[in-house]
Design a protein around this ligand. Sequence first.
Ligand SMILES: *[C@@H]1O[C@H](CO)[C@@H](O)[C@H](O)[C@H]1NC(C)=O
Ligand SMILES: *[C@@H]1O[C@H](CO)[C@@H](O)[C@H](O)[C@H]1NC(C)=O
Ligand SMILES: *[C@@H]1O[C@H](CO)[C@@H](O)[C@H](O)[C@H]1NC(C)=O
Ligand SMILES: *[C@@H]1O[C@H](CO)[C@@H](O)[C@H](O)[C@H]1NC(C)=O
Ligand SMILES: *[C@@H]1O[C@H](CO)[C@@H](O)[C@H](O)[C@H]1NC(C)=O
Ligand SMILES: *[C@@H]1O[C@H](CO)[C@@H](O)[C@H](O)[C@H]1NC(C)=O
Ligand SMILES: *[C@@H]1O[C@H](CO)[C@@H](O)[C@H](O)[C@H]1NC(C)=O
Ligand SMILES: *[C@@H]1O[C@H](CO)[C@@H](O)[C@H](O)[C@H]1NC(C)=O
Ligand SMILES: *[C@@H]1O[C@H](CO)[C@@H](O)[C@H](O)[C@H]1NC(C)=O
Ligand SMILES: *[C@@H]1O[C@H](CO)[C@@H](O)[C@H](O)[C@H]1NC(C)=O
Ligand SMILES: *[C@@H]1O[C@H](CO)[C@@H](O)[C@H](O)[C@H]1NC(C)=O
Length: 668
Amino acid sequence: MVEISSYHSPPRSLPGILPAMLFALFKPYGLLPSLLSSALLASVAKTYDPCAKIGGLTFVDPADAIACQRSIPFNETVRQNVMSVVSRVFDFYTFEDFYLESGPPFPETSTNIRKHLKLFNEKKYATDYDFNLDLWAFTTQLNDGHTRWYPNCYLTYQNILPAPIVLLDKGVFIAPDSVQFLRQLGKDFINYLEAKNFDWKRFAGAKVLEIDGFPALNYIDKIARTESGNFLDHNVRVNSVVSGYRLAQTSFSQRLGDLAGPIFLTRTSLDIVLIPRNSTTSQRVVFPYVASLTGTNFTNKATYYSNNCAPTNETNGVDLRSSASGSSQRRPILARAARLDPATKPRTALGLPRPYLPTLNPTNGSSGVIKSFVLPGNKTGVMFVGSFDGNFTQFPNDVVAAINDLQASGVTNLLIDVTNNGGGFVCLGLYLHQYLAGSNFGTSAFESTSRANPLAQRILRADIRQNLNSTNSFYTGDNWQFVNGSKMSQTDDYNDPSVLYIINNRNEPTSQRFEDLCPLANVTLPESPPFDLSNVAIVGNGNCASTCALFTTLMYELHNTTMVVFGGHPDLPIEFKGMAGNQVLEWAELDSEIKTAGLKQDPLAPPDLIVNANMRHNWRTAYSYFDKNTPIAYRSEQPQYRFPYTEKTYNNPQNVWLFTEKKLFGNQ
Ligand SMILES: *[C@@H]1O[C@H](CO)[C@@H](O)[C@H](O)[C@H]1NC(C)=O
Ligand SMILES: *[C@@H]1O[C@H](CO)[C@@H](O)[C@H](O)[C@H]1NC(C)=O
Ligand SMILES: *[C@@H]1O[C@H](CO)[C@@H](O)[C@H](O)[C@H]1NC(C)=O
Ligand SMILES: *[C@@H]1O[C@H](CO)[C@@H](O)[C@H](O)[C@H]1NC(C)=O
Ligand SMILES: *[C@@H]1O[C@H](CO)[C@@H](O)[C@H](O)[C@H]1NC(C)=O
Ligand SMILES: *[C@@H]1O[C@H](CO)[C@@H](O)[C@H](O)[C@H]1NC(C)=O
Ligand SMILES: *[C@@H]1O[C@H](CO)[C@@H](O)[C@H](O)[C@H]1NC(C)=O
Ligand SMILES: *[C@@H]1O[C@H](CO)[C@@H](O)[C@H](O)[C@H]1NC(C)=O
Ligand SMILES: *[C@@H]1O[C@H](CO)[C@@H](O)[C@H](O)[C@H]1NC(C)=O
Ligand SMILES: *[C@@H]1O[C@H](CO)[C@@H](O)[C@H](O)[C@H]1NC(C)=O
Ligand SMILES: *[C@@H]1O[C@H](CO)[C@@H](O)[C@H](O)[C@H]1NC(C)=O
């Protein structure tokens, strides 16, 4: 059992913030707060607007930003609304009962979800921030990136530590490229640190011995255990604590990592004991965090609230049957997205600094989310698949163009890089597998289920009664095929009868099994695999989320594809993928299903949210080919090869590919 108090380290600086702020306020008069009458104090607290101090600024002291966020009072009406939405969304969560007793290999998640929701419903909170931090930390620690509470009101700043951490073969370091990397934040960021007289550049490449009083690696483990979330496997989370390369949409980029870039502000500084690069003696440095605005600009508390916390026209779902609700803009996309991060707002995206960018010329088909290259020697081709969040025309065309180009170059080995791949459309993952396997292999999709709770059963029944179809609903049968491969019709009710499903001695009835149906029929597939499948390998860091997890599982389970994972805590095993749900529904999407079915008045239906937030959940589970009773998410699958990052390969995709080519295929 996880105890409430262990969800997150209490924000260290919080207790001191308000008094310190008042103290600063009174300093000019030379008075101590304790000498002032409590009435005067109260009136100052009432009129002082902590948001006004930071309004309009991009980089601010996190203590000031937290003071602004904590100035929003706790409101019981808001809490009741939020908890009622959250608990009713959990009714649809396919993995709920798995949490009651979560044994090996993912032991860190055992928890009683309902018991905690009850507690959040009753606990006394000083501010709305504290309530949201509890709910945020709790859902984060379910370690399922498809199931999380996102309170946009408190995700308005990214907390940037000017010391992105990397984990290399020789230990923990501040990323050697941190100067070129962080400089991209611009002169306001640099000026902010200069004004504090903090020489952050001096520590690039420093060896890190201790963080916050813990040996560095233990601290990384602690953040992985208590803050990172998203992935069931601890060591996959270790790799998300640290900084690493990825594609952000279609550009090479570098993640700050969860330690150097958390999106819910709690810390204001971090103590690090390190040995600077050109030194042999260790020193203790207090690194300041810098809060970087990612929310909507504001000028004071009132506009902070109205711009970031009040619900918008996109917070809740709409009844897609009525054209008056702007339904043409709000229809679900035909195929189902499953992304790591709903990314409703642009976050500071930092490019991969130049020395780390691949110097090889990309092949054809490299303008989207796939970048492909021929390694020197013309024996090995690389497809860096940054995500499956591509477009349904371009993604398949890029696969064809890249593979044609690689084949024209005469390469016989294929390396697919899925480092920090955040997922995307299930059908694009199935397509890439299908193309690599060839049409003679036959089609392949996963068996899946959603929960057949009473409201889910009523939704599907109401959809059928009203003759709705996949244009307006994910529930209707014409979205899916039966497990025998024939298409379902829009009148098939796969929730009736529901199927008994006993997990941890609880029955959580599910739908009958069905499979994804992908509208990609126009794209011609090769009959046989374009590359001998025994010469195809997949390389990554385990941060291979959602559709990426489904794609790599298909390759591994159906073709015994060689998997290579870099990084992680060297003494612990690591999975090659994580967050293998099958389909996520954002809150607005689930709400649209309910409204479109005409069931918003149902006693089990959640109300509209009255704050700007999202409660997403894993709506559908995919099962392993090896064991059709086990969700892919809960099946342990480890890579055949593991390597630590080195100073040469960390953050350097081309060097990762060259190193892997040499290890796997023996090429120079
Ligand atoms: C926010 O708004 C202020 C005033 O309108 C403007 O000066 C400032 O540049 C804006 N800041 C950001 C980060 O957009
Ligand atoms: C609490 O929030 C509700 C809904 O936004 C609002 O109507 C009410 O005035 C708030 N209560 C207080 C005491 O501010
Ligand atoms: C360390 O020394 C090298 C060579 O003397 C120099 O180029 C580099 O800038 C120094 N690095 C730091 C972080 O001071
Ligand atoms: C929501 O409002 C914004 C700004 O008013 C508008 O641009 C957007 O299209 C609206 N979205 C929907 C789904 O109506
Ligand atoms: C690889 O192919 C390129 C372009 O076709 C060619 O110029 C180069 O000589 C080849 N390299 C080797 C080692 O065969
Ligand atoms: C497939 O072809 C049809 C008709 O030519 C077109 O409408 C549809 O958009 C195409 N689908 C994709 C995914 O390109
Ligand atoms: C998909 O990409 C094609 C170009 O490859 C472009 O014409 C089309 O507009 C894109 N579709 C969407 C929905 O972005
Ligand atoms: C790359 O694309 C161009 C333009 O479509 C085409 O002419 C060329 O043949 C392609 N090259 C290869 C090697 O496929
Ligand atoms: C769904 O139903 C609507 C309205 O009856 C119709 O216009 C649309 O073509 C149908 N869509 C599909 C995918 O069958
Ligand atoms: C596939 O399964 C469905 C549901 O069990 C059944 O109705 C259908 O006849 C089957 N189709 C084929 C071709 O066997
Ligand atoms: C899978 O590949 C490994 C080598 O990577 C081999 O030892 C094993 O026998 C293969 N398993 C199957 C089922 O082909």
